[in-house]
Design a protein around this ligand. Structure first.
Ligand code: BLA
Length: 516
């Protein structure tokens, strides 16, 4: 049984991926005391790369292992708080390990009371200028794209060029954290994933949380053997070292199995974060063996990801502004017409076709002082009342909505002609307004049957959840759902209510004046 307890359907989310106690073998990790730079934890491959065993490294100063120059640079960076900025250094030729005299990438970060130093040999000859200039040029090409989908396509092309992966996808999350491949650049002989959907459980919640703060991860070789940290528990705290910000962090074995099932040999993903929320990922695959782009290529790709996130956010804000303007113009016209009529206000309101356009609805019904009126496609009055008063229950003045009405009450299942979605807003128990949306039959192409997560027996006999084995396109037809309602719909309903109430109030005052 794993340390995080018995295995059940929630164990994906329970795996503590930030404290694996191990790293990937393409580099060395040293965790040091930030003042003395004395080594407290070293990865077990220390000897191979630096010529000193993890055992002997403990208590040794960083300068004795990496040379005084590099140790001084590390100290200076740490003092400046310049973590996460890649550092380029030559290791001393006097080392006994395979990194002797080699140019390396060094990355630094704080983890609890430790300073963590990670050293990787360069993936290929460095060309700093090329990375900077190419990133700048790529940024220009991104800015030239007007739609989100063009932007995503350009981003996939640029990251593919920069990192050399066989396939680069832009993966966008929906509100339930399922995802869709919205852009793809791939080697021509690979089958396309464009347009395929993947369930939320493929990237569980703790991974999404981690990816919101740490934007890049690389799995240079999915068949790697994890290299343990020695000791696994920090002697200073008795706790495992938090590797949330480590570039070498050993990744979840369940995810490695997933990638192996997919035929992937190396993987990288970069977070697309908008307003502090994970919007999507740039997901990269390699299929022809290990693949490790240099740190600066990774950093340039991450930078482009940030630029693209910003541009996506700008476009989304622009679109939202445009929609808000249109909505408010529609509201204004509806209220204007209602105010101008000499007939009873609610009669004329329920004849205004823009009452439907306003909410992209197929029908609307109103109950006021015991009378029910409707426009467009609506269920019978008893069902209208059931939905508006009991099921969506907005008596307290709130707004209730659903995009799957039939699921709310057994009395509604299999009812012919029932709209699939409803949004209700009310004031008093017998005053409400409810809009209906008709069914929007959708087919979703999944990258493998998402329900097919298997419970497999592991070697020790325990049962665990394993990733699916087939990623073949699996088409699901979704019935009984409408287009979902969003916050903008709720706002428009509130605004309309307050305008109607204002007009009713004014109308009753006018009537009183006439009566006097
Ligand atoms: C992580 N899952 C991930 C990551 C991706 C995906 C991109 C980030 C790590 C990486 O960059 O490789 C999923 N990859 C995809 C998807 C596509 C793709 C959807 O290329 C589509 C084309 N996964 C499962 C199950 C579990 C699970 C059943 O299928 C759990 C039982 C877990 N996925 C899982 C975990 C991680 C993960 C734990 C975090 C890996 C880590 O960072 O340690």
């Amino acid at each position: 049984t794993p340390a995080y307890g018995p295995v059940d359907l929630t164990n994906c989310e329970a795996e503590p991926i930030h404290v694996p106690g191990a790293i990937q073998p393409h580099g060395v990790l040293l965790a040091v005391d930030p003042d003395s730079l004395a080594i407290a934890i070293a990865s077990a491959n220390c000897h191979e790369l630096l010529g000193i065993s993890a055992d002997r490294a403990h208590g040794t100063r960083l300068g004795e292992v990496l040379g005084p120059d590099l140790a001084a640079q590390v100290r200076r960076r740490a003092a400046e708080g310049a973590f996460h900025e890649p550092l380029i250094a030559f290791l001393p030729g006097s080392l006994a390990g395979s990194l002797a005299g080699v140019e390396v990438d060094v990355s630094l970060h704080r983890s609890g009371a430790r300073l963590v130093v990670e050293i990787e040999s360069l993936g290929r000859p460095r060309s700093v200028l090329l990375s900077y200039q190419s990133a700048r040029a790529a940024m220009g090409r991104l800015s030239a794209q007007t739609s989100v989908s063009d932007l995503a396509e350009q981003l996939a092309r640029e990251v593919g060029e920069m990192t050399g992966f066989d396939r680069v996808m832009v993966y966008r999350f929906d509100r339930d954290w399922n995802g869709e491949v919205i852009a793809e650049e791939r080697r021509p002989d690979l089958n396309p994933f464009l347009g395929l959907h993947y369930p939320a459980s493929d990237i569980p919640a703790q991974a999404r949380r981690l990816y919101t703060v740490n934007w890049t991860r690389l799995i240079a070789d999915v068949d790697y053997a994890p290299v343990p940290l020695e000791p696994v528990l920090d002697p200073g705290t008795g706790a495992p070292l938090d590797l949330s910000f480590s570039t070498l962090r050993s990744v979840s074995p369940i995810h490695l199995e997933y990638l192996q099932n997919m035929g992937v040999t190396a993987s990288m993903s970069i977070s697309l974060v908008i307003d502090g929320e994970l919007w999507g990922l740039i997901a990269c695959h390699h299929y022809s063996g290990p693949h490790r782009p240099s740190q600066d290529a990774r950093a340039a790709a991450e930078f482009l990801g940030q630029v693209a996130s910003q541009q996506i956010a700008d476009r989304a804000r622009g679109d939202a502004r445009e929609r808000a303007l249109q909505r408010s113009a529609t509201l204004g016209r509806i209220a204007g017409r209602a105010a101008a009529t000499h007939r009873p206000l609610l009669d004329s309101l329920l004849e205004d076709p823009e009452l439907l356009t306003l909410m992209a609805a197929s029908g609307v019904a109103l109950s006021y002082d015991g009378t029910q009126r409707s426009l467009g496609d609506v269920p019978d009055p008893a069902v209208q009342a059931l939905v508006a008063q009991r099921l969506l229950g907005p008596e307290d003045g709130s707004v209730g909505h659903t995009d799957r009405l039939a699921e709310l009450d057994p009395a509604l299942t299999d009812r012919a002609g029932l709209p699939a979605g409803a949004l209700a807003i009310g004031t008093l128990p017998d005053r409400w307004l409810v809009w209906f949306r008709s069914e929007l039959e959708q087919s979703v192409d999944w990258g493998g049957d998402p329900h097919n997560k298997q419970l497999a027996a592991s070697e020790d006999g325990s049962i665990r959840l394993s990733p699916r084995k087939s990623f073949d396109k699996w088409r699901e037809t979704v019935r009984g759902r409408s287009r979902p309602w969003d916050e903008e719909d709720v706002e428009a309903a509130r605004e309309l209510r307050s305008r109607i109430n204002g007009l009713l109030l004014k109308g009753s005052r006018d009537q009183i004046e006439v009566a006097e």
